[in-house]
Design a protein around this ligand. Sequence first.
Ligand SMILES: Cc1cc2nc3c(=O)[nH]c(=O)nc-3n(C[C@H](O)[C@H](O)[C@H](O)COP(=O)(O)OP(=O)(O)OC[C@H]3O[C@@H](n4cnc5c(N)ncnc54)[C@H](O)[C@@H]3O)c2cc1C
Length: 384
Amino acid sequence: MKNWRKTAEVAIIGGGIMGVSAAYYLARRGVSDVVVLEKDLLAQASTGLSVGGIRQQFSNPANIRLSQESVRVYERFEEEFGADIKFRQVGYIFLAQKEDTWNDFLSSVETQRQHDVPVEVLSPEDIKQRWPYLNVDDLKGGTFGPKDGYADPYLAAMGFATSARKLGVRIEEKTEVTGINIEGGRVQGVETAKGSISAPAVVNVAGPWGGEVARMAGPDLPVKPYRRQVFMTKSFDAIPKPVPMVIDQDVTFYFRSEEPGIIMGMSNPDEPSSFNLNVDRDFLEKVIEAAIRRAPVLAKAEILRGWGGLYTITPDDNPIIGEAPGVKGLFSAIGFSGHGFQQAPAVGLILSQLILDGQTNFDLKPFSYDRFGKKEQEGEKRVV
Ligand SMILES: Cc1cc2nc3c(=O)[nH]c(=O)nc-3n(C[C@H](O)[C@H](O)[C@H](O)COP(=O)(O)OP(=O)(O)OC[C@H]3O[C@@H](n4cnc5c(N)ncnc54)[C@H](O)[C@@H]3O)c2cc1C
């Protein structure tokens, strides 16, 4: 095949935000012989279908650290990458209906404050005063992160990809990886639909297909894809701006503004694992019900469109990040639930450190391959 290079220093499987972020950080360290292999087009899978939320309000300190590093990058994105990703730090408000949820929130706030996360604890009355359109009758309280917000995930991925290309990274779209070559416990490279590439380091950042790619190299990993549906309203100005990301934790309903309308979604606890991306009209009824219960004025909004995207979920809602046990040179960063967009800058940096230095200062214990089934593993509680 014309221009097909058969070698690379690092072959990255997946051109979502994780793949292009890892490629950028490797190239920034001087490794320009990096190839990103994408079976479709860049950032069209989970990344392009994401809601773009960025927050530091996590329960697990390791996730707080990932977010803090990523927020630092997103705040300076235009300066470093020359791209406006429309980062709006309008805040996230998490709402608790149940006593247990509220107690969890308060214990997370302690952890967050120990890690210098700006977070306010609010009573239902405080919430009503600041956001009068929210119904607070059934709430125990809420927590507000003023530095949280959202940005455009597609623009962010394109920012990483453009800068990576300028540093010499090759990006091969429409190039599916079909196999991973291993010899003597060491990765040798990958097979693709266009030919093979030998590489001493291979990275599995295949998002919802991360489990399938992992199987090319060894045993099953507990990561599975699950559909999440999102709905957008027509132009809607009955809620005064700025609208924070509102998370009704006990029902997992959320909304924020997406000019000129409102974007909203909710997890379906009965959703089976699949690659299904269809919109389910019956489920939309449940989302609308939850929306009107939390913000009654949303009864006046009209739905413009909806879409399905895939979360990639592990049993404890934390990702798997690191070198595969028993396969030297094979790295993974998969299973990011609803947090992968916001954590991608930190994870790309970490992957570059693991590949080039064999270590990182970030705490990866909660993200290890062998944690599953162990009692002490806490996972992440702030999941929507
Ligand atoms: C509805 C929805 C809302 C979300 N909201 C948020 C949010 O508010 N905040 C947040 O931080 N995160 C959110 N997420 C999660 C976030 O989108 C993901 O965690 C993140 O995009 C994962 O990026 P990725 O690069 O790992 O995966 P993807 O973006 O899915 O990229 C993986 C890529 O790998 C490619 N690939 C797979 N197999 C192969 C192969 N064999 N060969 C070559 N290429 C392959 C795929 O085509 C794909 O492009 C949301 C997700 C969804 C679905």
